[in-house]
Design a protein around this ligand. Structure first.
Ligand code: PLP
Length: 470
Protein backbone atom coordinates (compact mmCIF):
# COMPACT_ATOMS: atom_id res chain seq x y z
CA UNK A 1 0.00 0.00 0.00
CA UNK A 2 1.29 3.47 -0.87
CA UNK A 3 0.29 6.86 0.43
CA UNK A 4 0.28 10.25 -1.23
CA UNK A 5 -0.25 13.81 -0.14
CA UNK A 6 -3.63 15.51 -0.52
CA UNK A 7 -1.71 18.44 -2.06
CA UNK A 8 -0.04 16.33 -4.68
CA UNK A 9 3.55 17.56 -4.59
CA UNK A 10 5.06 14.72 -2.58
CA UNK A 11 6.07 11.42 -4.12
CA UNK A 12 4.20 8.30 -2.96
CA UNK A 13 5.47 6.96 0.37
CA UNK A 14 5.25 3.71 2.31
CA UNK A 15 3.28 3.22 5.53
CA UNK A 16 6.52 3.52 7.50
CA UNK A 17 7.36 6.87 5.91
CA UNK A 18 3.85 8.20 6.46
CA UNK A 19 3.99 6.96 10.07
CA UNK A 20 7.27 8.72 10.82
CA UNK A 21 6.50 11.93 8.94
CA UNK A 22 2.95 12.67 10.08
CA UNK A 23 2.51 15.68 7.80
CA UNK A 24 3.65 15.56 4.14
CA UNK A 25 6.42 17.97 3.16
CA UNK A 26 4.11 19.99 0.93
CA UNK A 27 1.85 20.67 3.93
CA UNK A 28 -0.72 18.10 2.83
CA UNK A 29 -1.95 14.96 4.57
CA UNK A 30 -1.17 11.41 3.52
CA UNK A 31 -4.02 9.29 2.17
CA UNK A 32 -3.86 5.66 1.05
CA UNK A 33 -3.68 5.09 -2.69
CA UNK A 34 -6.55 2.68 -2.54
CA UNK A 35 -9.01 1.47 0.03
CA UNK A 36 -8.86 -2.21 0.99
CA UNK A 37 -12.21 -3.93 1.04
CA UNK A 38 -13.52 -6.34 3.66
CA UNK A 39 -15.75 -9.06 2.28
CA UNK A 40 -19.19 -9.60 3.79
CA UNK A 41 -18.06 -12.94 5.22
CA UNK A 42 -14.99 -11.34 6.87
CA UNK A 43 -17.19 -8.69 8.48
CA UNK A 44 -19.72 -11.30 9.61
CA UNK A 45 -16.90 -13.31 11.22
CA UNK A 46 -15.88 -10.28 13.35
CA UNK A 47 -18.94 -10.77 15.59
CA UNK A 48 -17.85 -11.90 19.01
CA UNK A 49 -14.12 -11.94 18.15
CA UNK A 50 -11.53 -10.32 20.44
CA UNK A 51 -10.71 -6.70 19.62
CA UNK A 52 -7.16 -7.65 18.57
CA UNK A 53 -8.43 -10.02 15.87
CA UNK A 54 -10.54 -7.29 14.27
CA UNK A 55 -7.74 -4.73 14.57
CA UNK A 56 -5.29 -7.09 12.90
CA UNK A 57 -7.61 -7.77 9.96
CA UNK A 58 -8.37 -4.07 9.51
CA UNK A 59 -4.79 -2.84 9.87
CA UNK A 60 -2.82 -5.44 7.93
CA UNK A 61 -3.74 -4.10 4.47
CA UNK A 62 -2.76 -0.56 5.52
CA UNK A 63 0.56 -1.42 7.17
CA UNK A 64 1.55 -3.74 4.30
CA UNK A 65 5.27 -4.48 4.26
CA UNK A 66 6.00 -2.45 7.39
CA UNK A 67 5.38 -5.31 9.82
CA UNK A 68 5.27 -9.07 9.52
CA UNK A 69 2.06 -10.70 10.71
CA UNK A 70 3.49 -11.81 14.08
CA UNK A 71 5.03 -8.37 14.72
CA UNK A 72 1.77 -6.56 13.93
CA UNK A 73 -0.03 -8.97 16.25
CA UNK A 74 2.48 -8.33 19.06
CA UNK A 75 2.14 -4.54 18.68
CA UNK A 76 -1.65 -4.73 18.74
CA UNK A 77 -1.76 -7.01 21.76
CA UNK A 78 0.70 -4.80 23.61
CA UNK A 79 -1.31 -1.68 22.80
CA UNK A 80 -4.58 -3.00 24.21
CA UNK A 81 -3.31 -5.09 27.13
CA UNK A 82 -3.40 -1.97 29.34
CA UNK A 83 -7.07 -1.19 28.75
CA UNK A 84 -9.22 -1.62 31.83
CA UNK A 85 -12.07 -3.37 30.00
CA UNK A 86 -11.53 -6.84 28.51
CA UNK A 87 -13.61 -5.94 25.45
CA UNK A 88 -11.29 -2.88 24.95
CA UNK A 89 -14.17 -0.86 23.42
CA UNK A 90 -17.45 -2.18 24.89
CA UNK A 91 -20.80 -1.26 23.34
CA UNK A 92 -23.43 -0.13 25.85
CA UNK A 93 -27.13 0.33 25.11
CA UNK A 94 -28.82 3.52 26.35
CA UNK A 95 -32.21 3.30 24.70
CA UNK A 96 -34.00 1.66 21.78
CA UNK A 97 -31.56 1.81 18.86
CA UNK A 98 -29.24 4.13 20.82
CA UNK A 99 -25.81 2.84 21.82
CA UNK A 100 -22.54 4.18 23.17
CA UNK A 101 -19.25 2.71 22.06
CA UNK A 102 -17.03 3.34 25.09
CA UNK A 103 -13.59 4.23 23.79
CA UNK A 104 -12.19 5.61 27.06
CA UNK A 105 -10.94 2.58 28.95
CA UNK A 106 -7.29 3.23 28.08
CA UNK A 107 -4.59 4.70 30.36
CA UNK A 108 -5.50 8.40 29.91
CA UNK A 109 -9.29 7.98 29.78
CA UNK A 110 -9.91 9.33 26.28
CA UNK A 111 -10.46 7.61 22.95
CA UNK A 112 -7.11 8.85 21.73
CA UNK A 113 -5.43 6.05 23.66
CA UNK A 114 -6.87 3.51 21.22
CA UNK A 115 -4.76 4.88 18.39
CA UNK A 116 -1.88 6.37 20.34
CA UNK A 117 -0.94 3.23 22.29
CA UNK A 118 -0.55 1.46 18.97
CA UNK A 119 1.18 4.38 17.25
CA UNK A 120 3.81 4.57 20.02
CA UNK A 121 4.59 0.89 19.65
CA UNK A 122 4.70 1.09 15.86
CA UNK A 123 7.12 4.03 15.93
CA UNK A 124 9.34 2.43 18.53
CA UNK A 125 9.48 -0.77 16.46
CA UNK A 126 10.36 1.03 13.24
CA UNK A 127 12.95 3.33 14.87
CA UNK A 128 14.69 0.62 16.91
CA UNK A 129 14.92 -1.55 13.83
CA UNK A 130 16.65 1.28 11.94
CA UNK A 131 18.70 2.49 14.94
CA UNK A 132 17.17 5.95 14.54
CA UNK A 133 15.83 8.67 16.81
CA UNK A 134 12.82 10.91 16.36
CA UNK A 135 11.39 14.03 17.93
CA UNK A 136 7.65 14.04 18.35
CA UNK A 137 6.07 17.47 18.27
CA UNK A 138 2.34 17.78 18.74
CA UNK A 139 -0.37 20.25 19.61
CA UNK A 140 -3.17 19.26 21.92
CA UNK A 141 -6.49 20.61 23.09
CA UNK A 142 -5.99 18.32 26.08
CA UNK A 143 -6.42 14.66 25.31
CA UNK A 144 -3.94 14.01 22.50
CA UNK A 145 -1.06 15.31 24.59
CA UNK A 146 -1.79 13.08 27.55
CA UNK A 147 -2.32 10.07 25.29
CA UNK A 148 0.91 10.74 23.38
CA UNK A 149 2.91 11.25 26.54
CA UNK A 150 1.62 8.01 28.04
CA UNK A 151 2.38 6.14 24.83
CA UNK A 152 5.92 7.51 24.36
CA UNK A 153 7.20 8.17 27.90
CA UNK A 154 10.47 6.49 28.75
CA UNK A 155 11.27 5.45 25.19
CA UNK A 156 14.97 5.71 24.35
CA UNK A 157 14.55 6.58 20.66
CA UNK A 158 11.99 9.35 21.03
CA UNK A 159 11.74 12.81 22.62
CA UNK A 160 8.22 14.22 22.98
CA UNK A 161 7.25 17.91 22.95
CA UNK A 162 3.59 18.72 23.47
CA UNK A 163 2.09 22.20 23.05
CA UNK A 164 -1.19 22.98 24.82
CA UNK A 165 -3.16 26.24 25.15
CA UNK A 166 -2.42 27.76 28.56
CA UNK A 167 -5.50 27.86 30.80
CA UNK A 168 -7.72 26.08 28.29
CA UNK A 169 -7.38 22.44 29.32
CA UNK A 170 -8.96 20.81 32.36
CA UNK A 171 -6.96 20.24 35.57
CA UNK A 172 -6.92 16.49 35.02
CA UNK A 173 -5.82 16.89 31.41
CA UNK A 174 -3.02 19.30 32.39
CA UNK A 175 -1.80 17.18 35.27
CA UNK A 176 -1.70 14.09 33.06
CA UNK A 177 0.84 15.99 30.94
CA UNK A 178 2.85 17.96 33.49
CA UNK A 179 3.43 15.55 36.37
CA UNK A 180 5.55 12.90 34.68
CA UNK A 181 9.22 12.59 35.62
CA UNK A 182 10.40 11.08 32.31
CA UNK A 183 13.34 12.93 30.75
CA UNK A 184 12.03 12.46 27.20
CA UNK A 185 8.73 14.22 27.91
CA UNK A 186 8.31 18.02 27.61
CA UNK A 187 5.19 20.16 27.68
CA UNK A 188 4.81 23.78 26.58
CA UNK A 189 1.94 25.94 27.82
CA UNK A 190 1.39 28.35 24.92
CA UNK A 191 -0.23 31.75 25.46
CA UNK A 192 -2.90 31.17 22.83
CA UNK A 193 -5.60 28.81 21.63
CA UNK A 194 -5.35 25.23 20.40
CA UNK A 195 -5.37 26.55 16.85
CA UNK A 196 -2.35 28.72 17.68
CA UNK A 197 -0.58 25.62 19.00
CA UNK A 198 -1.49 23.74 15.86
CA UNK A 199 -0.25 26.62 13.68
CA UNK A 200 3.11 26.60 15.49
CA UNK A 201 3.46 22.86 14.93
CA UNK A 202 2.67 23.31 11.25
CA UNK A 203 5.26 26.10 11.03
CA UNK A 204 7.90 23.87 12.61
CA UNK A 205 7.14 21.08 10.16
CA UNK A 206 7.33 23.51 7.26
CA UNK A 207 10.77 24.66 8.40
CA UNK A 208 12.52 21.85 6.57
CA UNK A 209 16.01 22.34 8.03
CA UNK A 210 14.64 22.14 11.58
CA UNK A 211 12.45 19.24 10.61
CA UNK A 212 15.42 17.29 9.24
CA UNK A 213 17.84 18.19 12.07
CA UNK A 214 15.45 16.82 14.66
CA UNK A 215 13.78 14.10 12.61
CA UNK A 216 10.43 15.66 13.49
CA UNK A 217 7.51 13.36 13.64
CA UNK A 218 3.84 14.21 14.14
CA UNK A 219 1.36 12.30 16.24
CA UNK A 220 -1.64 14.57 15.86
CA UNK A 221 -4.63 13.04 14.17
CA UNK A 222 -3.06 14.12 10.88
CA UNK A 223 -0.88 11.01 11.27
CA UNK A 224 -2.45 8.40 9.03
CA UNK A 225 -1.58 5.56 11.42
CA UNK A 226 -3.96 7.04 13.98
CA UNK A 227 -6.83 7.13 11.52
CA UNK A 228 -6.09 3.53 10.51
CA UNK A 229 -6.08 2.38 14.15
CA UNK A 230 -9.46 4.04 14.73
CA UNK A 231 -11.13 2.19 11.87
CA UNK A 232 -11.03 -1.02 13.94
CA UNK A 233 -13.64 -0.04 16.46
CA UNK A 234 -16.21 0.90 13.85
CA UNK A 235 -16.03 -2.70 12.65
CA UNK A 236 -16.15 -4.02 16.23
CA UNK A 237 -19.36 -2.08 16.95
CA UNK A 238 -20.82 -2.80 13.53
CA UNK A 239 -20.35 -6.54 13.93
CA UNK A 240 -22.06 -6.50 17.33
CA UNK A 241 -25.06 -4.74 15.76
CA UNK A 242 -25.42 -7.20 12.92
CA UNK A 243 -23.12 -6.04 10.10
CA UNK A 244 -22.88 -6.88 7.24
CA UNK A 245 -26.61 -7.74 7.20
CA UNK A 246 -27.91 -4.70 9.08
CA UNK A 247 -26.92 -1.08 8.64
CA UNK A 248 -26.15 1.35 11.43
CA UNK A 249 -25.19 5.02 11.85
CA UNK A 250 -22.49 6.60 13.98
CA UNK A 251 -22.60 9.91 15.81
CA UNK A 252 -19.12 11.25 16.44
CA UNK A 253 -18.13 14.11 18.78
CA UNK A 254 -15.86 15.94 16.38
CA UNK A 255 -12.99 18.38 16.55
CA UNK A 256 -10.14 17.71 14.16
CA UNK A 257 -12.27 15.26 12.10
CA UNK A 258 -9.94 12.29 12.70
CA UNK A 259 -12.39 10.01 14.46
CA UNK A 260 -15.28 10.50 12.06
CA UNK A 261 -12.91 10.19 9.09
CA UNK A 262 -12.04 6.71 10.35
CA UNK A 263 -15.78 5.96 10.10
CA UNK A 264 -15.75 7.16 6.51
CA UNK A 265 -12.96 4.70 5.74
CA UNK A 266 -14.75 1.88 7.57
CA UNK A 267 -17.72 2.51 5.30
CA UNK A 268 -15.51 2.64 2.20
CA UNK A 269 -14.03 -0.71 3.26
CA UNK A 270 -17.44 -2.35 3.36
CA UNK A 271 -19.08 -1.67 6.73
CA UNK A 272 -22.79 -0.94 6.08
CA UNK A 273 -22.76 2.55 7.60
CA UNK A 274 -25.89 4.55 6.88
CA UNK A 275 -25.11 8.04 8.21
CA UNK A 276 -22.01 9.53 9.81
CA UNK A 277 -23.15 12.33 12.08
CA UNK A 278 -20.59 15.05 12.70
CA UNK A 279 -21.47 16.28 16.18
CA UNK A 280 -19.93 19.65 17.08
CA UNK A 281 -20.07 21.98 20.06
CA UNK A 282 -20.45 25.75 19.61
CA UNK A 283 -17.20 25.76 17.66
CA UNK A 284 -19.15 24.61 14.67
CA UNK A 285 -17.09 25.20 11.53
CA UNK A 286 -17.98 21.71 10.28
CA UNK A 287 -21.69 22.01 10.98
CA UNK A 288 -21.76 25.36 9.17
CA UNK A 289 -19.74 23.95 6.30
CA UNK A 290 -21.99 20.94 5.81
CA UNK A 291 -25.09 23.13 5.91
CA UNK A 292 -23.89 26.02 3.75
CA UNK A 293 -20.91 24.71 1.78
CA UNK A 294 -18.73 27.52 3.15
CA UNK A 295 -15.77 26.51 5.31
CA UNK A 296 -14.97 29.61 7.31
CA UNK A 297 -12.89 30.08 10.44
CA UNK A 298 -14.22 32.06 13.39
CA UNK A 299 -12.75 32.73 16.82
CA UNK A 300 -12.73 29.82 19.25
CA UNK A 301 -15.10 29.92 22.22
CA UNK A 302 -13.94 27.89 25.22
CA UNK A 303 -16.57 25.26 26.13
CA UNK A 304 -17.00 22.42 28.60
CA UNK A 305 -15.88 20.06 25.81
CA UNK A 306 -12.39 21.54 25.28
CA UNK A 307 -11.14 18.67 23.11
CA UNK A 308 -13.54 19.87 20.43
CA UNK A 309 -12.70 23.58 20.73
CA UNK A 310 -11.16 24.06 17.31
CA UNK A 311 -11.20 26.66 14.63
CA UNK A 312 -10.06 24.52 11.72
CA UNK A 313 -10.45 20.79 11.37
CA UNK A 314 -7.26 19.41 9.84
CA UNK A 315 -8.53 16.04 8.71
CA UNK A 316 -11.39 17.57 6.77
CA UNK A 317 -8.77 18.06 4.05
CA UNK A 318 -8.67 14.29 3.56
CA UNK A 319 -12.43 14.08 3.02
CA UNK A 320 -12.27 17.05 0.69
CA UNK A 321 -9.60 15.26 -1.34
CA UNK A 322 -11.81 12.18 -1.71
CA UNK A 323 -14.90 14.29 -2.42
CA UNK A 324 -12.96 16.14 -5.14
CA UNK A 325 -12.14 12.78 -6.78
CA UNK A 326 -8.50 12.82 -5.60
CA UNK A 327 -7.88 16.15 -7.32
CA UNK A 328 -4.88 17.42 -5.35
CA UNK A 329 -4.61 20.64 -7.38
CA UNK A 330 -8.16 21.54 -6.36
CA UNK A 331 -7.41 20.79 -2.69
CA UNK A 332 -4.20 22.83 -2.81
CA UNK A 333 -6.09 25.78 -4.26
CA UNK A 334 -8.83 25.57 -1.60
CA UNK A 335 -6.26 25.36 1.20
CA UNK A 336 -4.39 28.37 -0.18
CA UNK A 337 -7.65 30.29 -0.26
CA UNK A 338 -8.23 29.33 3.37
CA UNK A 339 -4.79 30.57 4.39
CA UNK A 340 -5.28 33.86 2.56
CA UNK A 341 -8.87 34.69 3.40
CA UNK A 342 -9.93 32.40 6.26
CA UNK A 343 -12.58 30.72 4.14
CA UNK A 344 -13.32 28.70 1.03
CA UNK A 345 -16.41 27.36 -0.69
CA UNK A 346 -16.63 23.61 -1.20
CA UNK A 347 -17.27 22.91 -4.90
CA UNK A 348 -20.89 21.85 -5.53
CA UNK A 349 -20.14 18.31 -6.64
CA UNK A 350 -17.87 17.74 -3.64
CA UNK A 351 -20.47 19.12 -1.24
CA UNK A 352 -23.06 16.80 -2.71
CA UNK A 353 -20.70 13.83 -2.31
CA UNK A 354 -20.04 14.76 1.33
CA UNK A 355 -23.72 15.23 2.13
CA UNK A 356 -24.45 11.80 0.68
CA UNK A 357 -22.69 10.23 3.66
CA UNK A 358 -22.54 12.84 6.41
CA UNK A 359 -25.01 14.74 8.56
CA UNK A 360 -24.05 17.35 11.09
CA UNK A 361 -25.50 18.55 14.34
CA UNK A 362 -24.39 21.42 16.57
CA UNK A 363 -24.92 21.02 20.31
CA UNK A 364 -24.57 24.20 22.35
CA UNK A 365 -23.50 24.44 25.99
CA UNK A 366 -27.03 24.31 27.42
CA UNK A 367 -27.99 21.31 25.28
CA UNK A 368 -24.79 19.51 26.33
CA UNK A 369 -25.66 19.99 30.00
CA UNK A 370 -29.25 18.97 29.35
CA UNK A 371 -28.12 15.76 27.67
CA UNK A 372 -25.87 14.82 30.59
CA UNK A 373 -28.77 15.48 32.98
CA UNK A 374 -31.30 13.59 30.89
CA UNK A 375 -29.16 10.51 30.34
CA UNK A 376 -28.30 10.35 34.02
CA UNK A 377 -31.97 10.66 35.06
CA UNK A 378 -33.22 8.12 32.54
CA UNK A 379 -30.48 5.51 32.73
CA UNK A 380 -28.15 6.28 35.66
CA UNK A 381 -25.36 6.52 33.10
CA UNK A 382 -22.88 9.38 33.55
CA UNK A 383 -21.66 10.97 30.32
CA UNK A 384 -18.71 13.30 29.91
CA UNK A 385 -19.54 16.49 27.97
CA UNK A 386 -17.94 15.28 24.70
CA UNK A 387 -19.84 12.01 24.72
CA UNK A 388 -23.01 13.93 25.63
CA UNK A 389 -22.66 15.92 22.41
CA UNK A 390 -22.45 12.65 20.48
CA UNK A 391 -25.52 11.29 22.27
CA UNK A 392 -27.54 14.48 21.70
CA UNK A 393 -26.69 14.36 17.99
CA UNK A 394 -27.55 10.65 17.91
CA UNK A 395 -31.00 11.42 19.34
CA UNK A 396 -31.51 13.97 16.56
CA UNK A 397 -30.57 11.31 14.00
CA UNK A 398 -33.07 8.90 15.57
CA UNK A 399 -35.82 11.51 15.29
CA UNK A 400 -35.18 11.59 11.54
CA UNK A 401 -34.88 7.80 11.22
CA UNK A 402 -35.99 5.79 14.28
CA UNK A 403 -35.31 2.41 12.64
CA UNK A 404 -31.57 2.55 12.07
CA UNK A 405 -29.46 1.98 15.19
CA UNK A 406 -27.15 4.86 16.06
CA UNK A 407 -23.86 4.39 17.87
CA UNK A 408 -22.58 7.49 19.67
CA UNK A 409 -18.85 7.32 20.21
CA UNK A 410 -18.01 7.69 23.91
CA UNK A 411 -14.80 9.67 23.62
CA UNK A 412 -13.89 10.49 27.22
CA UNK A 413 -14.39 9.10 30.72
CA UNK A 414 -16.59 11.40 32.84
CA UNK A 415 -13.92 11.61 35.56
CA UNK A 416 -11.81 13.65 33.16
CA UNK A 417 -14.36 16.49 33.30
CA UNK A 418 -15.67 16.32 36.88
CA UNK A 419 -16.88 19.93 37.16
CA UNK A 420 -19.11 19.82 34.09
CA UNK A 421 -20.42 16.42 35.15
CA UNK A 422 -21.16 17.67 38.66
CA UNK A 423 -23.09 20.69 37.35
CA UNK A 424 -25.29 18.46 35.22
CA UNK A 425 -25.79 15.45 37.46
CA UNK A 426 -24.85 16.38 41.03
CA UNK A 427 -22.35 13.49 40.93
CA UNK A 428 -18.60 13.72 41.05
CA UNK A 429 -17.24 10.73 39.13
CA UNK A 430 -14.22 9.11 40.77
CA UNK A 431 -10.93 8.81 38.92
CA UNK A 432 -9.88 5.23 38.30
CA UNK A 433 -7.30 4.03 40.86
CA UNK A 434 -4.26 4.46 38.66
CA UNK A 435 -4.91 8.21 38.37
CA UNK A 436 -5.74 8.97 42.00
CA UNK A 437 -2.27 10.32 42.82
CA UNK A 438 -2.39 12.69 39.87
CA UNK A 439 -3.72 15.62 41.89
CA UNK A 440 -0.83 15.45 44.36
CA UNK A 441 2.18 15.14 42.08
CA UNK A 442 4.32 18.19 41.40
CA UNK A 443 3.77 19.88 38.02
CA UNK A 444 6.47 21.09 35.63
CA UNK A 445 4.98 23.97 33.62
CA UNK A 446 6.88 25.73 30.82
CA UNK A 447 4.94 28.78 29.73
CA UNK A 448 5.89 30.15 26.30
CA UNK A 449 4.64 32.97 24.08
CA UNK A 450 2.67 32.24 20.93
CA UNK A 451 5.79 32.32 18.67
CA UNK A 452 7.21 29.53 16.52
CA UNK A 453 10.77 30.82 16.96
CA UNK A 454 10.64 30.56 20.76
CA UNK A 455 9.17 27.09 20.60
CA UNK A 456 11.85 26.05 18.12
CA UNK A 457 14.59 27.28 20.44
CA UNK A 458 13.02 25.49 23.39
CA UNK A 459 13.00 22.22 21.47
CA UNK A 460 16.56 22.61 20.17
CA UNK A 461 17.82 23.24 23.70
CA UNK A 462 16.17 20.20 25.21
CA UNK A 463 16.35 17.61 22.46
CA UNK A 464 18.57 14.69 23.43
CA UNK A 465 19.09 14.10 19.77
CA UNK A 466 20.95 17.36 19.15
CA UNK A 467 22.60 17.08 22.54
CA UNK A 468 24.13 13.83 21.36
CA UNK A 469 25.38 15.45 18.15
CA UNK A 470 26.85 18.61 19.70
C1 PLP B 1 -9.98 14.52 20.40
C2 PLP B 1 -11.31 14.38 21.00
C3 PLP B 1 -12.47 14.56 20.24
C4 PLP B 1 -12.44 14.99 18.79
O1 PLP B 1 -11.89 13.98 17.97
P1 PLP B 1 -11.35 14.37 16.50
O2 PLP B 1 -10.77 13.11 15.98
O3 PLP B 1 -10.33 15.44 16.71
O4 PLP B 1 -12.52 14.85 15.73
C5 PLP B 1 -13.69 14.35 20.85
N1 PLP B 1 -13.76 14.00 22.15
C6 PLP B 1 -12.67 13.84 22.93
C7 PLP B 1 -12.83 13.47 24.34
C8 PLP B 1 -11.41 13.99 22.36
O5 PLP B 1 -10.32 13.82 23.12
Amino acid sequence: MHYRSTRGEDRAVTFTEALLAGLARDGGLYVPDDVPSMSASTVAAFAGRPFADVAEAVLAPFTGEAFTKPVLRRLIEGAYAGFRHPAVTPLVQLDTNLFILELFHGPTLAFKDVAMQLLGRMMDEVLSRAGRHATIVGATSGDTGAAAIDAFRGLGQVDVFILYPHGRVSDVQRRQMTTLPDVNVHTLAVDGTFDDCQAIVKALFNHHAFRDDLALSGVNSINWARIAAQISYYFVAGAVLGAPHRKMSFSVPTGNFGDVLAGYYAKAMGLPVDRLVVATNQNDILDRCLRTGVYETQGVQPTQSPSMDIQVSSNFERLLFKACDDDSAAVRALMNTLTQSGRFTVPDAALEAIRAGFDSHRVDEAATQAEMTRTFRETGHILDPHTAIGVAAARAALRRDPDTPVVALGTAHPAKFPDAVFRATGKRPALPDHLLQLMEHRERINRVPNEPSTVERFIRERSRMLGAVA
